[in-house]
Design a protein around this ligand. Structure first.
Ligand code: MN
Length: 234
């Protein structure tokens, strides 16, 4: 890295998330997301949930937004959807890992919302086009504070829910993940080297749906935490 005075522009700020119960922050590098990792959700999206290999897509690191954010309804969509997800925060580095090795890289866990322009995603699927603008737009990754695994261990069960204006919309258990967290991370590490600061959104259960300006969304995972956002007019 050159000295900061040699940059022609100020280098971009590092996106970050709070660490639960601490004054410290988790610097975010990349955001990986998993598609169709709960059988019921795979079926609601018209897919076969048999254990095909997991597949991944990405959001930019600076798409992350903290708990309590106000999210402007994004442009280029008439069908913004919420997807409540368990999020894994990576604290170590490695590639081509076994599930056991991958688990050892986990710094902690959080709860996130994989905000999705469902209409653009449907068009992309139909046209064989990339999902980036359906998934990786600005502020598309609200995420709670990160709870260190040193405190809560590695949760393999716990209720995952999404409430929209107090109404329960998604209600499942992270025990129902088709691919467990260590399996997902091991598979992901065969494509890319995992590095400290990476976040992995592990997929959403059934019950995804649209939201509109004025909505309050709360995603939660028992034993991990929750993230709340308010959708506002653009
Ligand atoms: Mn998702």
């Amino acid at each position: 890295m050159p000295q900061s005075s040699l940059y022609v522009l100020p280098p971009p700020a590092t996106p970050c998330l709070a660490i639960d119960g601490s004054e410290q922050f988790f610097p975010v590098r990349r955001i990986y997301c998993v598609g169709r990792n709960y059988a019921e959700h795979a079926r609601e999206m018209g897919a076969d949930p048999s254990r095909e290999a997991p597949f991944f897509f990405m959001k930019p690191g600076d798409a992350v937004v903290a708990d309590g954010a106000r999210l402007a309804y994004p442009g280029q969509t008439q069908d913004l959807h919420y997807e409540a997800e368990l999020v894994v925060a990576i604290g170590g580095s490695g590639e081509n890992l076994s599930a056991e090795q991958a688990k050892a890289l986990v710094f902690g866990y959080a709860v996130g919302l994989d905000m999705t322009r469902r209409d653009l995603q449907a068009q992309a699927k139909k046209g064989g086009k990339p999902w980036d603008m359906a998934k990786g737009f600005d502020r598309s990754a609200p995420c709670s504070a990160i709870v260190p695994a040193a405190r809560i261990g590695h949760p393999s069960a716990g209720r995952i829910q999404l409430h929209q204006n107090g109404e329960l919309r998604q209600d499942a258990d992270i025990a129902d993940l088709i691919w467990s967290v260590p399996e997902l991370l091991a598979n992901l590490s065969s494509f890319v080297r995992l590095e400290p600061g990476d976040l992995v959104f592990t997929g959403t259960p059934a019950g995804v749906g649209p939201c509109v300006a004025g909505d309050a969304l709360v995603a939660s995972v028992d034993g991990v935490g929750k993230v709340s956002v308010q959708i506002v007019e653009r």
